[in-house]
Design a protein around this ligand. Structure first.
Ligand SMILES: Cc1cc2nc3c(=O)[nH]c(=O)nc-3n(C[C@H](O)[C@H](O)[C@H](O)COP(=O)(O)O)c2cc1C
Ligand code: SF4
Length: 519
């Protein structure tokens, strides 16, 4: 019987040597005359164990990691093909606490299945959501998504059902589904993992969206830094089309839907939905003023649903299991699960999907195991480059849109970047302003000029001396202006990392008692 061996083809695992491991394995198996099939699966999301090799044995899947190419012969000699051996053997990877404690709705197949196999996708529940959507019809599908309580995972947390309703209610005619796969937030990789590890799920989610609102065409706008994801999506789209899941008659129904991938040239602001549309239409990524909302006048001036990858990839589960199954878990108005991404200076970095409500402290200290360096955690930035820096005293904050907003923070796309006690928060504040200055689309003055002045003023704060307090007062004033006067959240939210750094870590800005005493 052919032995099945899984070696992730995920870009994160590849960066850690997975391609070399796969090749070493293939060569060694050929030399040994072993009948085996190497499947390039997605990552299980435990990146400190990558490359994580899994072998299918009669007793189940047995994992080994992190495996280097040079380990392959030794592992085979020790009985890897029978799930034996001691070195690097992890046993059943689903029993590793980091994995076992998760509630995987959206990531349930990632790492488990072969991402290029439609049969595997279907064998693990794939396309059940679409079948139910076809049964329900357009209007009831929109209501199902509304009832699930799903909120956009791109950052703003806007209810997906309301967005879909708005587009569905526009007069019939050309409408579009646009998937935002720009994933620009620091420390985030959930979108990439879905596209590489379970691309059919995103295709299914977009197809359901098309059916629900009356759109026949979809685009995935993917960042150019994700070449593996682009290949995986294009390959899966082709397979889905060949199998009749895309095209004039989706799964034999009266609904038509097709889609394609477009690659962005690389700008953080092109993740902002209107700027993304400009880019998709072939222009420079300049933010559009709203109204009109993209739901009314979006791509090529037509009603358009723009959703994040995770929002759309959550939809097949909602349709297959029912809105209630999704809405039943969560916290407050944040329903369902969130794929949280732990990054930065953290011991156990990776993807952790869990119901909303878990506290920041649980995530950083327990799930993440504290810092990689072993030094105390001093700050965490949640929600990407526009997210606030939270100190340890905020570790009781539940992962929930409203709870974070109440503390002048945001959960954004679910990225957590951890810093130990060697971090200099004034440098982080300067970085936030500099990032905004570099990435600003330039359309509005508070962002374009304010961020540049912000960098200059923070340089004065860093230089110290008599002008420091005045410079800091100007930074605060600039933040106020940027927050209230910017056209989009790039300029409008940059004050969050800056002001949270000043508020929670005043000593780094020369305001703390320790620094004052030293002067
Ligand atoms: C500067 C900026 C960058 C953004 N980058 C992304 C991104 O990379 N991915 C994303 O899904 N949303 C991003 N957004 C949010 C989008 O504008 C939009 O709200 C989102 O795509 C809507 O999808 P959702 O409702 O599913 O979250 C960004 C917003 C801003 C202001
Ligand atoms: S806030 Fe910045 S990125 Fe947004 S529209 Fe204004 S200049 Fe452009």
């Amino acid at each position: 019987m052919t032995t099945r061996i899984y070696v992730p083809g995920d870009a994160g695992a590849v960066a850690l040597g997975a391609d070399k491991v796969a090749k070493a394995l293939a060569d060694a198996l050929e030399r040994r005359g072993v009948d085996a099939q190497i499947v390039r699966n997605g990552s299980r999301g435990m990146f400190w164990l990558e490359p994580l090799v899994e072998v299918v044995t009669p007793a189940g899947r047995v994992g080994y990691g992190p495996v280097k190419a040079r380990d392959v012969e030794t592992l085979l000699d020790a009985g890897l093909l029978e799930g034996k051996g001691d070195a690097l053997r992890l046993g059943d990877v689903e029993k590793i606490p980091f994995f076992a404690k998760q509630e995987r709705f959206t990531f349930k197949r990632v790492g488990l299945t072969d991402p290029v196999s439609l049969d595997d996708y279907r064998a693990h529940g794939g396309y059940k959501g679409l079948e139910r959507a076809i049964e329900l019809g357009a209007a009831a599908t929109v209501e199902e998504v509304f009832d699930s309580g799903l909120r956009g995972r791109g950052g703003a947390g806007f209810p997906t059902g309301i967005k879909w309703r708005t587009v569905a209610q526009c007069p019939p005619g050309q409408k579009y589904i646009v998937c935002n796969a720009d994933e620009g937030d620091s420390g985030t990789f959930a979108d990439r993992m879905i596209m590489e590890g379970d691309p059919f799920q995103l295709i299914e989610g977009m197809t359901i969206a098309g059916l629900a609102v009356g759109a026949t065409k979809g685009y995935v706008y993917c960042r150019s830094e994700y070449p593996h994801a682009v290949v995986a999506m294009n390959r899966a789209i082709k397979v889905a089309r060949m199998a009749g899941y895309l095209g004039r008659s989706v799964a034999g129904s009266d609904y038509a839907f097709d889609m394609e991938v477009r690659v962005g040239a690389g700008a953080y602001v092109c993740g902002e939905e209107t700027s993304l549309l400009e880019s998709l239409e072939g222009r420079r990524g300049l933010v559009r003023a709203k109204p009109p909302l993209p739901a009314h006048k979006g791509l090529f001036g037509k009603p358009t649903v723009i959703n994040n990858v995770i929002s759309l990839a959550s939809v097949p589960f909602i349709l297959a299991e029912g809105a209630k199954a999704y809405a039943d878990v969560g916290f407050g108005r944040s329903r369902g699960t969130m794929p949280i991404q732990l990054a930065g200076n953290v011991k156990y970095g990776g993807l952790y999907e869990i119901a909303f409500g878990v506290t920041l402290g649980e995530l950083v200290d327990e799930v993440g195991g504290g810092t990689f360096t072993g030094r105390p955690v001093r700050a965490v930035q949640v929600g990407g480059p526009l997210g606030a820096y939270f100190p340890r005293s905020y570790f009781d904050t539940p992962f929930d849109y409203e709870a974070f907003a109440k503390r002048d923070g945001l959960i954004g796309h679910g990225g957590i970047v951890v810093f130990d006690d060697s971090v200099d928060m004034v440098e982080q504040a300067r970085f936030a302003m500099e990032f905004c200055a570099i990435e600003s689309c330039g359309k509005c003055t508070p962002c374009r000029i304010g961020s540049t002045r912000g960098v200059e003023m923070l340089d004065q704060v860093i230089a110290g001396g008599a002008g420091r307090e005045r410079a800091l007062t100007i930074v605060e004033d600039l933040c106020h202006t940027m927050k209230l006067g910017s056209l989009c959240a790039l300029g409008g939210f940059t004050p969050y990392p800056v002001m949270s750094a000043i508020t929670h870590f005043p000593e780094d800005f020369g305001r703390g008692p320790a620094m004052l005493a030293a002067e």
